[in-house]
Write a protein that binds this ligand. Structure first.
Ligand SMILES: Nc1nc2c(ncn2[C@@H]2O[C@H](COP(=O)(O)OP(=O)(O)OP(=O)(O)O)[C@@H](O)[C@H]2O)c(=O)[nH]1
Length: 749
């Protein structure tokens, strides 16, 4: 191994001949000549270096260049071993040459040789005074990959990429180093690393800068790519597997309890599960969707409890959509109510089997016949009345008819022959989601097909995830869950949207990629929303900006509550005051919520959530109001009050009385109307106007109000007084002085 170049060897080396020629023996030599020489050198040097590298003689492979043992710095006579400035420049330029994309992939040995060239810093114009060279071995710089492009008919270098465009992918395609792209991004005020996703428009500009044209591709179902005009992501639903009948097995039926508020849905489920869910509910009403599993005759049945309050319509709709059977719970003493009808509509829309449970039959006020006849009227004729709807009389309180209810539900489920393939690729529907401290995003899901197992990667709407833990309805951690069963899943990249489907895929890489694509698609859609600006819009916005607005930051315990509460809030109708929900999210109230509220003059509303300690401190400092609620109608009522409170009170006139001027007196400072009060009172602290022939000739405050010589505050009906209004002296006989007060009345929405 020839690690240390000797002068003897040097003179024989072809490259060193060049070096000798390039040494600036005469420092006065014009720079121009040097530059020209450098350029010619580059041309000369390239082929030589390559062939030499191949032979391993002049520039040996990287490993060979490292001295076997540290050698002492060569003494002054060894100085000629240092490359000359021109050589350094040439070498550095050569290094840049390497960055330039080449169609052909370079052999590894060639790359190794080039990567060992002097660093870019040597490009400086003025060389440092010659010093003995201490050989430093640098780690090889990361290799720039060979570019991948195709030449268009017009000679353009076209590269194909599909959004999201990552810096590293772009660099790879153009065959340049990642750091070059990162520095190219700085003028766009984009700072990031190799994994940074950049806008397609920015990527196009960067490609243009490097002499490439970027064409967007999309992935085909099979994984290949083809060109598209717009970014369209294939929905995962399109990769549904064929259902093979022989692989299907009976699964747990999913039964949803729906009905009007307080008709006893939770109590019924409670009685069936023999637990006490109602005891823990705020205000005794269900505000979440709950999913439970019970075993009847050794077979599992999944129950979904939905809220009955009007606010939770979306939750009821969701409950109906994942279910096989809907049990419409009607209190026998109350009969069919608005949310009973709404629940019925959801069940009909979802096209599911319907049954009716007439609850509270233990009550003396229960009137089964009346409810049955109401059912008949809305087209749900009971079986015992010759119709098709199973109507069961039950009582959650006494347990009356519960066995019959359970039996009928399992029979109905059997008739439906509900089957799923437990070995199919797992899919589940998110029916609720929340952010749980220490666990992150948690979703309640119902498995539709396949067996969901811990460790499986999945996509869910635009989010990806990997099943970290599965918790059953009894709070136990389990390893897998079968079709039809409910469970909680931990492992989402963010809070999933309720109603989205969890679809298990083969690899974590695939789910992440698909998630990136979907998020990019959402972003693009947001960007492409047309912004129309018409005169009408302008007027509307001016009108709107004059309106009062209550700004709210809303935090709730679960996604469904966010939906329900924000729907209720936006439903508050007022043409005097707007309600802006600036931000709505699941989770405890944190510092950033407070800062947002402070910056935008908003209040924070928390529903079933806590306030983080730091947020409390900041809220005090910033005087941000935080209101916490656990019952939805209290929240809505108070928000309405707060909105009304923002409105300026209306000022209304209330006439207190009239006086007639009988005689005008001259006093020290002007004139006084000697009057008699004809009705009501004259009050010195209020306002008065002078009416002449029914027309107001003056309006203002009292200066003096006198009874004889005394200044008084009030003069009653029938009494005489002297009235002097401030700034008015022009009284005439028979003028009427009307005393009135300005009342402030709070506005309503
Ligand atoms: N007497 C009697 N009371 C009942 C029966 N079932 C429920 N209740 C009472 O009715 C009230 C409402 O019961 P819930 O189970 O909370 O009603 P819900 O339909 O789930 O109400 P939301 O969750 O608000 O939709 C509670 O006070 C129960 O104790 C019953 O069979 N008989």
């Amino acid at each position: 191994m020839s690690s240390k170049p000797s002068s003897a060897k040097k003179s024989k080396s072809p490259s060193d001949e060049v070096v000798e020629e390039a040494v600036p023996a005469d420092s006065a030599k014009p720079k121009k000549d040097t530059k020209a020489k450098v350029l010619s050198l580059i041309e000369e040097k390239k082929p030589r270096t390559r062939s030499a590298a191949k032979e391993g003689s002049v520039l040996p492979p990287l490993g060979a260049r490292k001295p076997a043992a540290p050698e002492p710095a060569p003494a002054a006579p060894a100085a000629p071993a240092k490359p000359t400035v021109d050589e350094q420049k040439a070498a550095a330029l050569n290094l840049f040459e390497d960055d330039k994309p080449k169609v052909r992939r370079r052999p590894a040995v060639e790359n190794a040789a080039q990567s060992a060239l002097p660093p870019i810093s040597l490009l400086k114009e003025e060389p440092a005074p010659p010093k003995p060279i201490v050989p430093i071995v640098h780690a090889p710089p990361p290799e720039a990959p060979a570019p991948e492009f195709e030449l268009s008919e017009t000679g353009e270098k076209i590269i194909h990429l599909k959004p999201p465009v990552l810096v590293k992918d772009l660099a790879e395609k153009m065959g340049i180093k990642t750091f070059r792209i990162i520095s190219d991004l700085i003028p766009f005020k984009i700072f990031g690393n190799a994994d940074k996703a950049i806008d397609i428009e920015v990527a196009e500009k960067i490609c243009e800068k490097h002499g490439f044209k970027l064409e967007r591709d999309k992935r085909e179902k099979g994984g290949g790519v083809h060109k598209v005009e717009e970014v369209i992501v294939e929905p995962v639903a399109q990769v549904v597997e064929e259902v093979e009948e022989d692989k299907l097995e009976l699964r747990a039926p999913i039964i949803t309890f729906m009905g009007h508020v307080d008709h006893g849905k939770t109590s019924l489920l409670d009685a069936l599960r023999k637990t006490q869910v109602t005891a823990g509910e705020a205000g005794g009403i269900t505000q979440h969707i709950g999913a439970y599993c019970i075993f009847h005759n050794g077979k599992p049945i999944t129950f979904i409890d939905t809220p009955g309050h009007a606010a939770f319509s979306a939750m009821r709709a969701r409950g109906a959509n994942v279910t096989d059977i809907v049990v419409l719970v009607i209190a026998a003493d109350d009969g069919i109510m608005p949310q009973t009808k709404e629940a019925l509509s959801h069940a009909k829309a979802a096209g599911v089997q319907l049954m009716v449970a007439l609850n509270k039959c233990d009550l003396p006020t229960a009137n089964v016949m009346r409810v049955k006849s109401q059912l008949q009227d809305i087209g749900l004729a009971p079986v015992d009345w010759g119709g098709e709807i199973e109507v069961m009389e039950v009582s959650a309180k006494t347990g009356l008819g519960l066995d019959n209810l359970l039996e009928t539900m399992s029979l109905q489920a059997e008739v439906l022959e509900l089957k799923a393939d437990p070995k199919a690729s797992p899919r589940a529907t998110v029916i609720e989601s929340s952010m749980v401290a220490g666990k992150g995003p948690v979703a309640t899901v119902i498995i539709g097909q396949g067996t969901l197992k811990v460790g499986q990667p999945f996509i869910c709407g635009p989010l990806w995830g990997k099943v970290k833990a599965i918790i059953n309805d009894r709070g136990e951690s389990i390893k897998s869950v079968l079709p039809g069963m409910p469970c909680e899943v931990i492992g989402f990249s963010d809070m999933p949207h309720v109603g989205d489907e969890v679809v298990v895929m083969n690899s974590e890489r695939d789910v992440k990629k698909l998630s990136e694509e979907r998020l990019e698609e959402i972003r693009q859609k947001k960007l492409s929303v047309p912004r129309r600006s018409t005169l009408e819009h302008l007027f509307a916005s001016i009108e709107d900006s004059n309106k009062k607005a209550l700004k709210i930051v809303l935090k709730c315990d679960v996604q469904g509550s966010v939906e329900a509460v924000s729907k209720c809030l936006t439903d508050i109708q007022s043409d005097k005051c707007n309600l802006d929900i600036l931000h709505k999210e699941v989770g405890a109230i944190n510092e950033s919520d407070v800062l947002l509220a402070s910056a935008s003059d908003a209040i924070i509303i928390g529903f079933n959530v806590k306030v983080e300690n730091k947020a409390l401190t900041v809220a005090k400092r910033e005087t941000v109001q935080i209101k916490l609620y656990s019952i939805i109608y209290e929240l809505i009522d108070q928000v309405k009050e707060a909105m009304a409170g923002l409105l300026d009170p209306i000022t209304r006139e209330k006439v207190l009385g009239h006086a007639r001027v009988k005689q005008v007196f001259k006093v020290h400072k002007g004139f006084v109307g000697g009057s008699v009060v004809t009705d009501g009172i004259m009050n010195r602290k209020q306002r008065a106007r002078v009416l002449r022939d029914g027309q107001a000739v003056y309006d203002g405050g009292f200066e003096t109000l006198r009874r004889f010589q005394d200044e008084v505050n009030e003069v009653r009906n029938g009494l005489e007084c002297g009235i002097k209004l401030s700034g008015f002296s022009d009284y005439e006989e028979n003028d009427v002085i009307e005393c009135y007060e300005l009342e402030k009345i709070a506005q309503t929405l």
